[in-house]
Design a protein around this ligand. Structure first.
Ligand code: CAA
Length: 689
């Protein structure tokens, strides 16, 4: 194996260069190479540590986690940088993340490229900086900024890094040349470990604890990160590093981190499709049909990524309103300081209204986001087929409908696929990419590349009613509806699933989405075959009474004017009781454990079914869908990973137990679940052979 570390001298300065593509992760070979290189300092006056390629170290090599440690460890390498007899300067470009930033903190000085960013994204992997970051950062920045970086995981830019004391200089031109120049100008070491302890800051500790408990509810790492940073106030650096290590080891060997690391690789794996080796087509301009909430959000997602958008709606008034809503959303963001006014104006200017389908004549990709009715969609696609360039790609944002039937209304179905965004489309990270029977490789590869360009996680699904995400949700919603009839109150159902880690329970979610959406959808399905009428009996009655959810001020819950806070309604309990009576069901006390088990296992069994059918390519793709589109707690890794953590033999036994109960028809164990349980396999690790 070639050594990723090389050295050369520039005058009296020893330059250590690391080249470990794609992101210079701090693998064993890199750590070893850097330690060896530090042994060759000789009579050099200073050392510069730099990386080749697109970035400074992006962190520890995550693929080594969970494997036996190999010396030198990252803390050993950082100690070697500190022990180097001459000053060491880090030349930072791209992103110095996690262990990469901790390496930079082991250097005496840090020179940043003007576009460089740094941060501690470890919390997103269920850990915190475990190689001195929690002890060295606060010694440079004080407590508050160090906690912010460790708890939020958000990277900061070079300007902010300079402001809080992490960057000693910002290079306006070549960062390596600037770092070498900087190294020549310093003669003494300035180790962060020798700096004074930071002062206590109770307000910062309190406010970051509050943040961790609300914004990162259920996660262990953010709270332990705060505890580790606080240790820097009183402990000397070595004792602080020991405390950091102890807490870190507890996290990295735990279930949460294993789940979040798995999700990290799953999100990158999702973009890879077996046998797809076509080059994506360039997409420089996009069209969107339909200027409602969804169409507007999709237009914004592209405008945010710098792609010009043509927006058309057959209803001129709706188009005007849609444009006004987009302008207001951008104005609100700018007012909150999330973007500059110039940026706001540039994004708005990227969205151009069109007065007809001919406005799409030059678009490389057109996405339809009109009313969810097959007839309407087909008519739009026939128009697009006639108006667009023959090589333009046509995407439908349908959430349930048959993409193949939509594609059949064009002359060239190979250029048609589903591009299912999640609302609000400018915010949510998931994009389900639905591959129709005739979708070409080019079309699919282009949609995947587009997804990355607009910073979404694209997951490929086959065609079925509801694709991966909404199809699985059917069982989850069915169990919630049945639990309500059998005796659990809506608020008990919501509380149990909120406690499990979902951002909101299924009842509150149904009210937010609108009960009429499910109601309309059921009309196109066959009761008893595609859905359980008993489970939706209360919701059906509510819709027929005009109680459609938040938007009408009442649904399963009641809402005060202008408020989204659900208020339990005894009338709804009475309706559930009446339905139970009508169907001869004896209501009973139902505990949180049963609520979670039934809702989750329904999700898992349906996931295993659709894997077996080939709708999803791999179990981990399902996890990516649920973590990014449905708020499934990342620290549980997704429904498939959660099932694995329960043990598939246990899951199968419980599914069989429900199959022997009153709703047996919905609980036939998925063949793949039974197979993997007998083989000791994992759902999240399964992929289509
Ligand atoms: N270790 C191993 N592999 C990594 C990696 C890491 N730290 N970071 C990225 N990769 C891999 C990805 O899996 C991907 O591999 P494939 O091409 O085989 O799929 C490849 O590098 C490119 O990654 P992206 O597709 O994510 O590239 P990008 O340009 O979109 O983003 C990035 C680059 C911002 C660096 C992003 O990869 C990223 O955020 N990486 C993770 C950073 C991180 O979490 N660092 C902390 C590590 S934990 C740590 O350091 C703990 C400690 O304190 C000891």
């Amino acid at each position: 194996m070639t050594n990723p570390v090389s050295c050369h001298r520039d005058g009296g300065v020893l330059v250590i260069s690391v080249d470990n593509p794609p992101v210079n992760a701090l693998s064993h070979a890199v750590r070893n190479g850097v330690c060896d290189a530090l042994g060759t300092v000789g009579d050099s006056s200073a050392v510069v540590l730099a990386c080749a390629g697109r970035t400074f170290f992006a962190g520890a090599d995550i693929s080594e986690f969970g494997k036996p440690p190999m010396a030198p460890s990252l803390p050993d390498m950082i100690a070697a940088l500190e022990d180097c007899p001459v000053p060491v300067v880090a030349a930072i470009h791209g992103t110095a993340l996690g262990g990469g930033m901790e390496t930079a903190l082991g250097c005496d000085f840090r020179v940043f490229d003007a576009k460089a960013r740094c941060g501690f994204p470890e919390v997103d992997l269920g850990i915190f900086p475990g190689a001195g970051g929690t002890q060295r950062t606060p010694r440079l920045t004080g407590l508050d900024p160090a906690m912010e970086m460790c708890v939020t995981g958000k990277p900061i830019d070079a300007k902010k890094a300079a402001k809080i004391g992490l960057a000693d200089s910002i290079a306006t031109e070549d960062v390596l040349a600037s770092a070498i120049e900087f190294a020549r100008s310093v003669s003494n070491k300035r180790r962060v470990r020798d700096m004074d302890n930071p002062e206590a800051d109770e307000a910062a500790s309190e406010s970051w604890r509050k943040f961790a408990m609300t914004r990162r509810r259920g996660e262990h790492a953010p709270l332990l990160a705060i505890e580790a940073v606080e240790a820097s106030i009183t402990l000397d650096v070595d004792a602080g590093l020991d405390k950091e290590r102890d807490l870190f080891i507890g996290l990295i060997t735990g279930q949460q981190s294993a789940a979040m690391r798995q999700l990290f690789f799953a999100e990158r794996m999702a973009a890879k499709v077996n046998g797809l080796d076509t080059t994506p087509k360039p997409v420089k301009s996009v069209g969107v049909v339909g200027s409602g909430t969804m169409g507007g959000g999709i237009a914004m997602a592209f405008a945010n990524a710098g792609v010009p958008v043509t927006l058309f709606d057959a209803n001129a008034e709706a188009l005007k309103n849609g444009l006004a809503r987009i302008a207001k959303l951008y104005a609100d963001s700018a007012a909150k300081g999330r973007m500059s006014e110039a940026d706001r104006d540039a994004r708005i200017a990227r969205i151009t209204p069109a007065s007809g389908y001919d406005g799409f004549a030059d678009s490389d990709l057109v996405i339809e986001a009109v009313f969810e009715r097959m007839g309407v969609k087909k008519a739009v696609f026939a128009e697009l087929d006639a108006a667009c360039r023959p090589d333009a790609i046509l995407g439908t944002n349908t959430s349930y409908l048959d993409v193949d039937e939509i594609a059949a209304s064009t002359r060239e179905p190979s250029r048609v696929l589903g591009m299912h965004f999640f609302s609000p489309a400018n915010v949510m990270h998931l994009l389900e990419i639905v591959r129709g029977a005739k979708t070409s490789g080019d079309t699919l590869a282009t949609a995947l590349a587009v997804s990355k360009a607009i910073k979404k996680v694209g997951v490929v699904s086959g065609v079925c009613h509801g694709f991966i995400g909404n199809r699985m949700l059917k069982g989850y919603g069915r169990e919630a509806g049945l639990l309500m009839i059998e005796g659990a109150s809506p608020e008990a159902i919501d509380a149990a699933l909120y406690e499990f880690g979902m951002p909101m329970g299924p009842m509150a979610m149904a009210d937010m989405a609108g009960l009429d959406i499910g109601y309309d959808n059921r009309k196109s399905l066959v009761a008893g075959e595609d859905f359980e009428p008993l489970a939706s009996a209360v919701q059906d009655k509510l819709v027929e009474m005009g109680r459609k959810g938040q938007k009408t001020g009442a649904g399963i819950y009641k809402y005060e004017a202008g408020s989204r806070v659900p208020i339990p309604d005894p009338d709804v309990d009475a309706m559930a009781e009446a339905v139970a009576k009508e169907y001869g069901i004896t209501r009973r006390e139902i505990g949180a454990d049963e609520i979670v088990e039934r809702c989750m296992l329904a999700l898992v069994n349906e996931g295993a079914l659709l894997l077996g059918e080939g709708i999803a390519q791999r179990g981990s793709d399902i996890d990516v869908v649920y973590a990014n589109g449905y708020g499934f707690p990342r620290w549980r890794g997704g429904p498939m990973c959660y099932a694995d953590s329960l043990g598939l033999d246990h899951v199968l036994e419980r599914v069989r137990a429900y199959a022997a109960g009153p709703h047996s028809k919905w609980w036939t164990p998925a063949p793949l679940l039974a197979q993997l349980a007998s083989e000791g396999g994992r759902l999240s690790g399964w992929s289509k052979p």
